[in-house]
Design a protein around this ligand. Structure first.
Ligand SMILES: Cc1cc2nc3c(=O)[nH]c(=O)nc-3n(C[C@H](O)[C@H](O)[C@H](O)COP(=O)(O)OP(=O)(O)OC[C@H]3O[C@@H](n4cnc5c(N)ncnc54)[C@H](O)[C@@H]3O)c2cc1C
Length: 438
């Protein structure tokens, strides 16, 4: 199979990395996962991406498409298969009217650096090394999600290499079914070689973290949720508590805020009075400076990442349960992200991200060395036995891939069925079956 594949690669101009190549080990792993692919192909342009897709299809081997490689479920790599690594397609071009054409393998750090001189920004995630590809294809919950919506709501067109190796443009007027699937389907319909996104005029944000004592979690988190429920959409915020690496039940409650617009300071001000303020780093900053650098997970460590979306009617009960769990010894850090605002401006069936009513996203992050991991997982399961009654659906990008049932909850039945139809027409042989939650 491998020799067929190599023959098919005639004319491929980018690096072809095999287990014998000196850079194989680095190419085989992603920041969060090790693996042993048969081949890693790094297309230099669209024609290379077409050759890579055709060759991979002819080989019969499993295929993984890698954007920034940050999937918690290790979807950007595959054992004994072909990885199409888009890292070299990282150009960022500013077009007319604030439209931006971004290569399919660019990272958000590259986008932010290119847009800053133009006074433009796109609401992405919180981390510079995360890929535009995976984040956009499943959603994109960033520091301006309440003001600007999901990152995928800013997608206006995409250049896609299909499983047949054809190049298509997907937009509201060209292959609209494919365009729908690209906005929330998590990939699995082709290789996106370029995303065209609408940026917003934005240079600075009011950003930082307020910390409060763990003992005040009930009033702080309850007050935070109540404030965000009615706050203008220019304010987006997240609360982190129970961080096991900062004391677990004694860890401070961290309220991170990002506000934009003329009234940014006054949107944040009430949050300082939620409890006994222990520290305050909120300041006006360049948007490009607030993204964190990602980390490579040290070998031998494993991560359990799970989330649920909380509808408005369950928000108070969810907050109360989170506060109760956070006060007990257990293995997860818990994060609550405020949603609503522009996220809810889009109808549930307009894109393949259907969970538009969500008021909060509730995520848990636990990690530990492999020998202790089963115990950690059992603790995470106990936490979710208590949280599950308060959530309706999940966000595909904060799932570690360990539970098919939770994966399935990322998309409602009607969305899944429609996605299957689109996939059947653009990828009938399921070449791109390695993709984010169905
Ligand atoms: C440290 C960290 C911080 C994060 N912060 C946020 C955050 O603030 N907000 C948020 O919404 N998410 C966040 N995420 C989650 C992130 O959105 C997902 O992990 C996402 O899948 C990463 O995309 P990637 O391209 O880097 O990953 P990859 O592993 O390369 O890809 C993920 C999936 O997308 C597919 N894919 C990627 N690019 C393409 C492409 N061009 N064409 C076709 N398919 C493609 C892959 O095949 C794979 O199925 C974070 C993740 C990490 C690790």
């Amino acid at each position: 199979m491998l020799s067929t594949l190599e023959q098919q690669l005639d004319g491929f101009t980018g690096p072809i990395i095999t287990p014998d190549s000196p850079d194989y080990d680095a190419a085989a792993r992603t920041p969060l996962a090790s693996s042993s692919p048969a081949l890693v192909l790094r297309p230099r342009d669209v024609a290379d991406a077409q050759r890579a897709v055709r060759a991979a299809a002819a080989s019969g081997l499993p295929v993984a498409v890698r954007g920034g490689g940050h999937s918690f479920a290790a979807l950007g790599t595959v054992d004994d298969g072909v990885v199409i690594d888009l890292g070299a397609l990282s150009s960022v071009e500013v077009l007319d009217g604030g439209r931006v054409r971004v290569g399919g393998g660019a990272t958000w750090g590259e986008v932010v650096r290119a847009l800053a001189p133009h006074g433009l920004a796109i609401s992405s995630g919180d981390t510079a090394s995360v890929g535009v590809g995976g984040l956009t294809l499943s959603g994109g919950i960033g520091w301006m999600v309440r003001a600007h919506g999901l990152t995928l709501d800013r997608l206006v067109a995409a250049e896609v290499v299909t499983a047949a190796g054809e190049v298509l443009t997907a937009s509201s007027t060209s292959h609209p079914d494919l365009f729908w699937a690209l906005r929330g389907g998590g990939g699995g319909v082709g290789v996106v070689t370029a995303f065209e996104l609408q940026a917003a005029e934005l240079t600075t944000v009011t950003f930082g973290t307020l910390t409060f004592p763990a003992a005040e979690a009930a009033q702080v988190v309850g007050g935070w949720a109540a404030h965000l429920r009615t706050a203008p959409r220019e304010l987006t915020s997240a609360v982190r508590l129970a961080n096991p690496f900062a004391g677990g039940p004694d860890a401070p409650v961290e309220v991170t805020v990002c506000a934009i617009g003329e009234d940014a300071a006054s949107l944040v001000a009430p949050l300082r009075g939620l409890g006994t303020l222990q520290s305050d780093t909120v300041a006006v900053q360049a948007y490009g400076d607030i993204l964190e650098e990602g980390h490579v997970l040290p070998a031998g460590l494993r991560l359990a990442v799970r989330n649920g979306l909380v509808p408005p009617e369950s928000a108070d009960a969810a907050v109360a349960e989170v506060v109760a769990i956070a006060a007990e010894p257990q293995p997860t850090a818990i994060v609550l992200n405020s949603l609503g605002g522009a996220l809810a401006d889009v109808g549930a069936d307009e894109t393949a991200f259907a969970h538009r009513r969500a008021e909060l996203m509730l995520s848990t992050f636990a990690g530990g060395p492999a020998p202790a991991f089963d115990g950690i997982l059992a603790g995470v399961e106990s936490v979710w036995a208590r949280l599950t009654p308060h959530v309706d659906g999940a966000y595909a990008n904060f799932l570690d891939g360990s539970s098919p049932e939770v994966q399935a909850s990322a998309r409602p039945e009607a969305t899944r069925r429609r996605l299957e139809q689109v996939r059947a027409s653009y990828d009938p042989a399921a070449l791109f079956a390695r993709r984010s939650a169905n």
